[in-house]
Design a protein around this ligand. Structure first.
Ligand SMILES: [Zn+2]
Length: 426
């Protein structure tokens, strides 16, 4: 299939500008040509005059199956929330529940312009199935917590890698994922590091999310969390590190030239009262960050545009500097830097010839984009998901004229409600 978008404008995150009046030719799953007055024959022709095309956004950290628990337990102290509300109901989730919960999360992500995710949960084969069906790109990571089933969980990670890695025309990846340093002991972490080395050398972990995690680590290991993971060899890998709220300056210096990529989750940090991630300080050190929604229990949605907006404004207030974390920096976090954080920047994250066609088409005939002043500002500060007309992943429409093309959205909502009704009776 080929698509030609004529006379449009694109967000160029490499040159950090909006390119006006260009044509975009998509052939198969790739961006084949970008230029003026292209005359390629295409199966689908799109008049791009009132549109803006951006790279697909990347949700660098989430727990997709948790959309079932959206608005189920909120405004609680973390320990009570986990022990009395979340963990008891999570224990009753079936693979089918996780399939439909993940499907709903993916529908939400696509509708807000996300084309790729990094998910940590369980029953990950069903998450993979949902991604294959709805057409999304993503990294599947089975969350590893050390308990009586610790070896079984490693086996599940191996099986997931065998059955789902590079499936869906290469859209899916599988990465080992210790939940956190406080839920896995040192020997188990070392086993997971070895497993990651057998696979693609990538690992996904929650890192320095709370003050308690940092204080406990200092008590147990006489080191800060990132010093600790360095001491056990984890920094030899490509590390996708969710949160890093309490990363210290010394730790920033330790990771700035390594393959260590913090994923910033502003809503989750605010809602769980974890603290304020020092985003501008990390940017000043040259650290590449991605952005994520985290799960629906701590957000309570998967709207990546909302996250981008919040990420910028919160950091201005916290640093008392309106120049901190500007719009372009946020757009890079959600695209090319997010791709680099997930180890996928060779193939996605920017609109360049030869890259995969994961694209978002915004309709500019909306109040968010009127008047058409600075479109980079508009994307970060005023764009709403309703402005997203279409989304392409791997050269295929997954959203067209605001309708999901591969699944029935109403059916997804219905199935999720039914899963929850049954869950409450279990
Ligand atoms: Zn998380």
């Amino acid at each position: 299939m080929s698509i030609l978008i004529k006379n449009t404008r694109i967000l160029d995150v490499i040159e950090e500008e909006i390119k006006e009046d260009v044509d975009l030719y998509i052939e198969g799953n790739k961006i084949s040509k970008i230029g003026k007055n292209l005359t390629c024959q295409a199966d689908t022709l799109i008049d791009g005059r009132d549109k803006l095309v951006t790279p697909g956004f990347i949700n660098g950290h989430t727990h997709l199956g948790m959309s079932l628990l959206r608005n189920f337990a909120d405004d609680m102290e973390l320990k009570t929330w986990l022990e009395d509300a979340i963990w008891p109901i999570e224990a009753k989730l079936t693979p089918e529940d996780i399939y439909w919960g993940s499907m709903l999360s993916m529908a939400e992500m696509i509708r807000s312009g996300a084309t790729c995710f990094c998910d940590q949960y369980y029953e990950m084969d069903r998450v993979g199935d949902a991604a294959l069906e709805i057409g999304m790109r993503g990294i599947l990571t089975r969350g590893l917590i050390e308990d009586d089933d610790k070896d079984l969980k490693l086996e599940q990670t191996r099986a997931l890698y065998q059955n789902y890695h590079k499936k869906g025309n290469g859209r899916l990846r599988v990465v080992p994922s210790p939940h956190a340093i406080y839920t896995c002991g040192e020997d188990y972490l070392k086993e997971i590091i070895s497993l990651a080395k057998e696979m693609d050398g990538v690992i996904n972990i929650h890192m320095s999310e709370t003050i308690k995690e940092v204080e406990d680590c200092k008590k147990d290991h006489h080191m800060t969390p990132i010093q600790y993971i360095e001491s056990i060899g984890m920094l030899d890998l490509h590390v996708i590190a969710a949160h890093c709220v309490h990363i210290t300056e010394d730790e920033m210096d330790l990771v700035k030239n390594r393959n260590f990529y913090p994923i910033y989750n502003p809503t989750s940090n605010l809602k769980l009262a974890s603290g304020f991630t020092p985003v501008q300080k990390m940017l000043d050190k040259g650290i590449v960050l991605g952005i994520g929604t985290d799960g629906d229990s701590s957000n309570n949605n998967q709207n990546i545009l909302e996250e981008m907006h919040l990420a910028s404004v919160v950091n201005k207030a916290v640093t008392m500097d309106p120049k901190a974390v500007p719009a372009m920096e946020i757009l890079k976090m959600a695209t090319i830097h997010g791709a680099k954080a997930l180890g996928l920047d060779e193939s996605i994250g920017s609109i360049e010839e030869g890259k995969l066609a994961d694209l978002v088409i915004f309709n500019l005939n909306s109040s968010s984009f009127t008047p058409r002043n600075n479109l980079i500002s508009a994307l970060c500060y005023s764009a709403q998901e309703e402005d997203i007309e279409s989304v392409l992943i791997d050269g295929e429409f997954v959203l067209k004229d605001r309708e999901l093309t591969k699944v029935d959205y109403k059916q997804v909502l219905k199935e999720v409600q039914e899963c929850m009704d049954q869950l409450l009776q279990r």
